[in-house]
Design a protein around this ligand. Structure first.
Ligand SMILES: C[S@@+](CC[C@H](N)C(=O)[O-])C[C@H]1O[C@@H](n2cnc3c(N)ncnc32)[C@H](O)[C@@H]1O
Length: 258
């Protein structure tokens, strides 16, 4: 016997899902007419598994991104940053996406500038395999370490959505995120800026003069990064804010030689 839509929504709401109606739609669409698989998917979701791990994908900036179980789920909150970064890549330019995860940001860069060269890296082999399954030219290793030296001083735009949650604030994340998504994708160290600052320090060797560094961050992290950016040779960054006016990212331009 099938499960009716109202019961699915009710079960999702009772499990604490924030958008039970939307999630019910996604599960019903993914299961098609297969009642057994619908019941199995619903059980996984109620157990706290992220929805895209169950259905296999998520839509990000209009693109279908495969998300393998164990890989960080791209957030809709990152979409404006991805679109902005994509608008900065010249048609035949070069872009690098560090900490690419499933490759969502790199996919937007490549889809916006099909003739540009887009390279991505991630430390997690599972993420790299997932990004490759999404057509991303992805390499495994710490931050910029897998990049070929031919890219030195050749990159127009370097993006990263690194781990930036302060360690002490990880416990405030929703239970599903805390218990299911990889801690290494979230934990940014004491004040959350450890990986961000390392990216700032490493990026001048890859960016061409005038090239842009586009980073997602939160809270007061932009101010904390300003001295690091200055020392690394960047102009004062532009702050990106979300619709609630909270800081969400920065765009910093590598200074041109005088
Ligand atoms: C917050 S997730 C973002 C993933 C993707 N950019 C997105 O927006 O969906 C951070 C990613 O950084 C990767 N990561 C964490 N530390 C890293 C490091 N030191 N070097 C390279 N990748 C790292 C994690 O494996 C994870 O995939």
């Amino acid at each position: 016997m099938g499960i009716d839509r109202a019961s699915i929504e009710q079960a999702l709401a009772a499990a604490g899902c924030i958008s039970p109606a939307d999630e019910a739609d996604v599960l019903l669409a993914a299961a098609g007419d297969d009642c057994e698989s619908l019941a199995a998917m619903l059980a996984r979701r109620i157990d706290g598994e992220p929805l895209p791990w169950i259905t296999g994908s998520i839509v990000f900036c209009g693109l279908t991104v495969r998300v393998a179980p164990g890989v960080y789920v791209p957030r809709w909150q990152t979409e404006p940053l991805a679109r902005l970064a994509a608008s900065l890549v010249p048609p035949t330019g070069v872009a690098v996406d560090l900490c690419t995860g499933a490759g969502a940001v790199a996919m937007v860069l490549a889809a916006t500038s099909p003739d540009a060269r887009v390279v991505a890296t991630d430390v997690d082999p599972l993420a790299v395999a997932c990004a490759r399954s999404n057509g991303v030219d992805a390499y495994q290793g710490v931050l910029d370490e897998p990049l070929r030296s031919a890219l030195k001083a050749a990159v127009d735009v370097l993006t990263a959505v690194p781990p930036y949650v302060p360690t002490s604030e990880l416990r405030f994340l929703p239970r599903d995120v805390r218990e299911r998504e990889p801690a290494a994708a979230l934990d940014g160290g004491a004040d959350g800026t450890e990986v961000l600052a390392e990216i700032v320090r490493r990026s001048p060797r890859w960016l061409r003069p005038g090239g842009r560094l586009v980073l997602e961050l939160g809270g007061e992290q932009a101010s904390a990064l300003e001295p690091v950016l200055r020392t690394a040779g960047f102009d004062a960054p532009d702050l990106l804010r979300d619709p609630e006016d909270d800081p969400r990212g920065i765009v910093a331009r590598l200074a041109q030689p005088a």
